[in-house]
Design a protein. Structure first.
Length: 103
């Protein structure tokens, strides 16, 4: 069964990332207040982006991955900007070892 990962823009400008096996029905549900609490409180919503997968579990995995991304990284994904997407994927945390050297 096919699956879809999608990104919606809500009326307040926030993004909502989800997955479904019926994209048209799920968008209709969100638009009519039958979707997630986040979208229900921020109607109307607009579909900005989606990816199609051969299996719903793959779409769900992708949803969980993208949900944790920054807005900038989601914007780069939707724009198809692979260079920026790669840059935003770099870890910027200082490791404990590097931190100890600075003390």
């Amino acid at each position: 069964m096919k699956g879809y990962m999608y990104i919606l823009e809500c009326s307040d400008g926030s993004y909502y990332t989800g997955s479904t096996n019926n994209l048209e029905l799920r968008i209709w549900q969100h638009q009519n207040g039958e979707g997630a609490n986040h979208t229900k409180k921020r109607l109307p919503v607009k579909l900005l982006y989606f990816e199609e997968f051969d299996r719903i579990d793959t779409a769900f995995y992708r949803e969980k991955q993208v949900q944790n991304w920054s807005r900038a990284k989601k914007d780069a994904l939707m724009a198809g900007d692979e260079r920026l997407l790669h840059e935003l994927a770099k870890c910027t945390n200082i490791s404990k070892a590097e931190n100890k050297e600075k003390i």
